[in-house]
Design a protein around this ligand. Sequence first.
Ligand code: NAP
Length: 417
Amino acid sequence: MAQYEKIIIPSVGEKIKVKEGQLVVPDNPILAFIEGDGTGPDIWRASKRVFDSAVEKAYKGKKKIAWMEIYAGEKALSVYGKDKWLPEETVDAIQDYQIAIKGPLTTPVGGGIRSLNVALRQQLDLFACVRPVKYYAGVPSPMKRPKDVDIIIFRENTEDVYAGIEFKSGTKEAEDVRKYIEEKSGKMIRKDSSIGIKPMSEFGSRRLVKKAIDYAIANNKKNITLVHKGNIMKFTEGSFKEWGYQVAKEDYKDILITEEELSSKYNSKLPEGMIIIKDRIADSMFQQLLLRPSEYDVLATPNLNGDYISDAAAAQVGGLGIAPGANISYSAAIFEATHGTAPKYANMDKINPGSLILSGVMMFDYIGWKKVGGLIENALKKTIKSKIVTYDFARQMVGAKEVKTSQFADEIIKNMK
Ligand code: NAP
């Protein structure tokens, strides 16, 4: 077993292993957690109690999680010392143990790391950011029919303008790049420009789309949509679309059909067991999610589009307070609250732990403990419906009872049947 400098490996748990690409989960798996900064400890404490209670309820002591704390963000500074925002052994531990769940992390200002979340994604090659967006009855929403939204977004996580290749206006590097582009393409760039590069590869696009298709098949979804801006950015976003259709044609031809095939071959009636693959230009996709959300199940998107669409879609069903997320590779995965550290509420036991709790639901589904995920999700639904909620929902609901983060968790645990 790997030895770490500061991480204490639980003596009772066992490692989750990977065999032929599949997770092999023991009855007492070691799951790593990063509690997070700001309000992170508040929501982690509440969520952990919910997770442990649900596992106990589901398996009556036959299965139990062995939690292993790993460190990032401000807590890592206090444990490892100056500038150690993301210790190497944190990344190693996630690689060794496959699964981690985390609260929000402060983005360091200045220094070498742009964002801890981006660093984690890049170092572990967590190439898919997965964001399910659906409505829970009673959650305040700006939509007329928020329950029509039930989508899952697979956003490419490693490429695009987020690769961080930028040259600052006025530097020699920016000037060299500007001249090079002028020379190669004949296109003029203003002299005082900063320049960013948007790499999108066939490899990166195909593996993301494949992940989304596999999810659609495993979860009986009816359609998958490639979201792109290929009408303008033809070789990057346009290629994303082309590569996506290629994957569908080459690897899934017995299951996937295009919209064109649906009308020309199947008289617009989807045959049993088949899935439609379609594409939408990103700006139109935003409209579609507002006007005809029920026509979309799974979205596969490049990095930047996916970032915007994930938050916009979450807002449609009541905001980021309860939007869960995960960053996954072939086997390793980090499940995380999608909101930030909300520092002004730190240690007040106030904010909504729903995002982290629902990320836990995703995690339990991912390791095959669906019974646990189901118990938690149903209890959360019931709690919201009974209008016992944290301040963020209470201020928008008529007749709600406002409770603290910990009390909201108590209610969820009470409602687990
Ligand atoms: P934020 O922490 O998400 O908070 C902004 C506001 O959103 C809060 O003041 C609060 O609104 C509301 N909010 C967020 N989470 C909530 C929850 N669980 N329950 C209820 N309300 C919630 O965004 P920020 O202030 O821009 O960012 C703070 C720090 O977090 C920054 O360092 C940022 O870089 C980092 N960050 C980290 C992650 C991550 O780790 N995944 C993501 C985003 C940002 P009201 O004031 O209206 O009550």
